[in-house]
Write a protein of this length. Structure first.
Length: 149
């Protein structure tokens, strides 16, 4: 277990550094102290008025022990990095879609955004399904080239 250490005097150690940076350094030291010492130490709290002693267990616990105690954990969701990349890619895809001709945009919108199948679109428009499929493949190749730019 980590032991409590004397605090570093950053004002003395770094006299040229601004007050804001010193405050950040001191705050980070306190956070490290909390993570390394405060969470891991068991304590007793004594109430001087009533004379009772309350035992405070350490707040650090193992994952396995928590699972044995039937604790529920949220599923790992999408990370911040993944969400940011996804957002950028969607924006880029939308700008690439705007570069397509109107007929191409309508076909992509029908197939991918309106969830129409090639067969349904063929029946609605009277264009053979194979023609719709070939157009879709060409448009997707065109979109891929636009996305790579």
């Amino acid at each position: 277990m980590a032991k409590y250490q004397k605090k570093t005097n950053y004002r003395e150690k770094y006299p040229d550094v601004s007050r804001e940076i010193i405050e950040v350094l001191e705050k980070s030291d306190r956070q490290m102290e909390y993570l390394q010492y405060d969470i891991k130490v068991e304590r007793c709290k004594i109430d001087s008025v009533s004379g009772t002693v309350t035992y405070l267990p350490s707040r650090e616990d193992s994952y396995e022990r928590l699972l044995e105690g039937n604790r529920q954990f949220t599923a790992a969701g999408e990370g911040v990095d993944d969400a940011a990349i996804k957002t950028v890619m969607i924006e880029k895809m939308l700008t690439c879609l705007k570069q397509l001709r109107t007929e191409e945009q309508e076909l992509i919108m029908a197939l991918f955004f309106n969830d129409d199948s090639e067969h349904q679109l063929s029946r609605k428009t009277g264009v053979p399904q194979r023609t719709i499929h070939d157009r879709k493949v060409k448009i997707l190749a065109k979109l891929k080239k636009l996305m790579e730019k």
